[in-house]
Ligand binder design. Structure first.
Ligand code: ZN
Length: 361
């Protein structure tokens, strides 16, 4: 029992690194399915949306423990810890921060999560299953942000466009060494309009898309954030819902894959780099909205922070980030293959054409 908002205190049996490792394990990473049928959900309506109580989530996912700690509820199994906080839109799954589309709701002392967040975020991440129609990719489209006259963020030591291109080259070599084919939206310091980047991804078969960026804000902002396309009918992270958010985008057909890929890459980067975790977030960046392949955008750190900017300026850091992203992509692919294996190689007790033998006992 602990009132601490952190997971990594002594009261908890899963260490931070242990928990991160579980989140990276293929079996724990998975994906979506038509899952709301066949279970007695106690839905509640609030502002026109369905919400689901924590107790249903505990039962459906078979968490042995659900504990209320102050403003929080914590779900626990031997491999997963999930923590919600009343009234906030951040949840933590095995210490990784995810930004919900709608805040956790409290009513009569019980916490609820929106059905949208259950189906578009929690379920694809924690339910061992497989994505229907997931792209089994052998190609990665790498998209170094900005270029040419568009420098992107500019720090004291250098520009985002150059750091992003260098990181992409490093990632390209690492992925090629694992056997992936690589397509780059740019391989030199030129400006490529975003629609062209989208077109390159959409004409590349069996691919995922990874856009590489570095951040800038004020001098104190630090950390890593990874973006997946906002689902239809949800706001971008930290923004109000607006009318255009109700319109589906081409990339929304990959919602489950987008969040699973974002989780795999983001968690591996936190695990390997120990960066400050700004969360897996949602946005409708053009490159994410238009792409009909699983797509994410990684913001590798802040060039505007003196310490982080100096780190990003070092080739060793960019190489480590490339390593971590590469490992995340590989973990995502393993998770897909683990999920698909039963369908692709049916396990049969007897060969299909042979009559079943009589039971001897
Ligand atoms: Zn950028």
């Amino acid at each position: 029992m602990s009132a601490s908002p952190h997971f990594d205190d002594a009261a908890h049996s899963l260490s931070r690194r242990e928990a991160l490792r579980h989140l990276l394990a293929p079996a724990a990473l998975l994906l979506t399915a038509p899952f709301l049928t066949g279970f007695d959900w106690h839905l509640m309506q609030y502002e026109g949306r369905d919400y689901i109580p924590a107790a249903d989530i505990q039962k459906f996912y078979e968490f042995p423990r659900l504990e209320r700690i102050g403003k929080h509820v914590e779900f626990r199994s031997s491999k997963l810890i999930m923590r919600w906080t009343s009234g906030t839109d951040d949840i933590y799954i095995n210490n990784v921060k995810f930004c919900l589309s709608f805040p956790v709701l409290e009513k009569d002392g019980k916490l609820y999560v929106s059905r949208m967040d259950l189906s578009k975020l929690i379920h694809p991440i924690i339910k061992p299953s497989h994505i229907e129609g997931a792209i089994i990719f052998d190609t990665v489209v790498l998209d170094p942000g900005h270029g040419g006259e568009d420098s992107g963020a500019v720090g004291a030591l250098g520009a985002e466009k150059n750091y992003a291109l260098d990181t992409a080259f490093r990632l390209k070599r690492k992925l090629e060494a694992l056997g992936y084919k690589i397509v780059m939206t740019r391989d030199k310091d030129i400006f490529i309009p975003r629609p062209e980047r989208v077109a390159i991804a959409n004409k590349t078969p069996k691919a995922v898309f990874v856009s590489l960026h570095y951040n800038a804000f004020n001098a104190s902002s630090i950390g890593l954030e990874t973006f997946a396309l906002a689902p239809q009918g949800t706001a971008n992270t930290d923004k109000d819902l607006k009318e255009s958010d109700m319109v589906g985008r081409r990339g929304n057909k990959r919602d489950s894959e987008n969040i699973a890929l974002a989780t795999a890459v983001h968690a591996n980067c936190l695990y390997k780099l120990r960066s400050v975790d700004r969360g897996v977030k949602r946005h409708r960046f053009d490159v994410l909205a238009g792409i009909e392949r699983p797509a994410i955008l990684v913001e590798g750190g802040f060039v505007s922070n003196p310490t982080e900017g100096a780190k990003i300026h070092k080739p060793e850091f960019r190489d480590s980030l490339a390593d971590a992203i590469c490992g995340g992509i590989q973990n995502y692919r393993k998770a897909l293959l683990a999920g698909l294996r039963p369908a692709r190689v049916p396990v049969r007790a007897t060969p299909p054409a042979t009559p079943a033998p009589k039971k001897s006992q």
